[in-house]
Design a protein around this ligand. Structure first.
Ligand code: SAM
Ligand code: DTB
Ligand code: SF4
Length: 351
């Protein structure tokens, strides 16, 4: 059955067929991805999540891309686990700018027994605000996973990052099998999975295809698939990696959309380095989620009002908005319009 006509979710993707998708002419691939996208989603809606680093830096893992690894000197200010009240304040601010999901990340190998009660309070508090909850805390055991689910955690983010074959070039302190085990615990506890990877680490086309095969061939597709463009941070071993061809990044999003038609594919880290045309192409390829707000975990992200203005120019609506959120987004758009009125962004026909 061709991927084009498939409405059944597949879990048996092979490397040759995924590579064949990547090798399609760009227009054919994008047409196919957009067609699949429209079978499952409103093509003009994009989900918005806000990230917060609840524990920053000094991580014992050696992920070569990561500014938070204690193995590299990136000049990052380390911070202990944030107070629950401060986390809830940040969540309220995320809600006020129109985010629907709040994702809390910690630079841990795994959460410790002493930290768990605070983390659970954060989940309960954010959930009580009417936001969807997401956490990324590293490896989990079954007991921790069940406790997070019971506290109201909707999504757990744990990325496979790359193919099993390339993985050892990037991380040596945690295995691919460990990651798959955590994902299986998350699924068994009834939470939604957010899992994806990074482009721009020196991986091959086979590695990109291999990552998507791992994700799509899980017993159930992850509900959320973040595709990150490496943010090159000085001091990390990957700081001088070559840029990814922007069209190859778009191809990755399109192939992810075709392979996991019902999942939200997130245009994740790296948007600050992308122009608006590239982001528009990403949405056309089937990306339908972004991180929203001026910071990712430790690096920058586009300003919220800029994103709302881009949505407005593209006729995109943020997903799952309430009445109140409409007003918030409208205010952000109006402010951005005022700021940009005199910039070269708009062609002034009266000049
Ligand atoms: N420590 C936890 C873990 O790794 O499981 C959670 C936080 S970690 C920062 C979450 C994800 O962020 C990583 O799996 C990686 O995919 C992504 N990430 C980290 N640094 C990045 C960078 N410089 N550029 C792009 N993505 C990055
Ligand atoms: C994901 O896939 N990307 C986010 C989130 N999951 C946790 C993290 C991106 C981090 C980018 C580097 C930083 O800001 O530290
Ligand atoms: Fe630690 Fe996560 Fe960064 Fe790896 S990606 S070094 S586990 S914070």
């Amino acid at each position: 059955m061709s991927a084009f006509s498939a409405s059944v979710l597949r879990h048996d993707w092979s490397l040759p067929e995924v590579k064949a998708l990547f090798e399609l002419p760009f227009n054919d691939l994008l047409f196919q991805a957009q067609t699949v996208h429209r079978q499952h989603f409103d093509a003009n809606r994009v989900q918005v999540s806000t990230l917060l680093s609840i524990k920053t830096g000094a991580c014992p893992e050696d992920c070569k891309y990561c500014p938070q690894s204690g193995h590299y000197n990136t000049g990052l200010d380390k911070e202990k686990l944030m107070e629950v009240e401060k986390v809830l304040k940040a969540a309220a601010e995320a809600k006020a700018i129109g985010s629907t999901r709040f994702c809390m990340g910690a630079a841990w190998k795994h959460p410790s027994a002493k930290d768990m009660p605070y983390v659970l309070k954060m989940v309960e508090g954010v959930k009580a605000m009417g936001l969807e909850t997401c956490m990324t805390l590293g490896k989990l055991d079954q007991e921790q996973t069940r406790a997070l689910a019971a506290a109201g955690l909707d999504y757990y983010n744990h990325n496979l990052d790359t193919s099993p074959e390339f993985y050892g070039n990037i991380i040596t302190t945690r295995t691919y099998a460990d990651r798959l085990e955590t994902l299986s615990y998350v699924r068994d506890a009834g939470m939604k999975i957010c899992s994806g990877g990074i482009l721009g680490m020196g991986e091959s086309l086979d590695d990109r295809a291999g990552l998507l095969i791992q994700l799509a061939n899980l017993p159930e597709h992850p509900e959320s698939v973040p595709i990150n463009m490496l943010v090159k941070v000085k001091g990390t071993p990957l700081a001088d990696e070559q840029d990814v061809d922007p069209f190859d990044f778009i191809r990755m999003l399109a192939v992810a959309r075709i392979m996991m038609p019902k999942s939200h594919v997130r245009l994740s880290a790296g948007r600050e380095q992308m122009n608006e045309q590239m982001q528009a192409l990403a949405f056309f390829a089937g990306a339908n989620s972004i991180f929203y707000g001026e910071k990712l975990l430790t690096t920058g992200n586009p300003q919220a009002d800029k994103d709302m203005l881009l949505f407005k120019r593209l006729g995109i609506q943020p997903e799952a908005r309430e009445e109140h959120d409409d007003e918030v987004h409208q205010a952000a758009i109006e402010q951005a319009l005022v700021e940009q009125r005199d910039s070269a962004l708009f062609y002034d026909a009266t000049a």
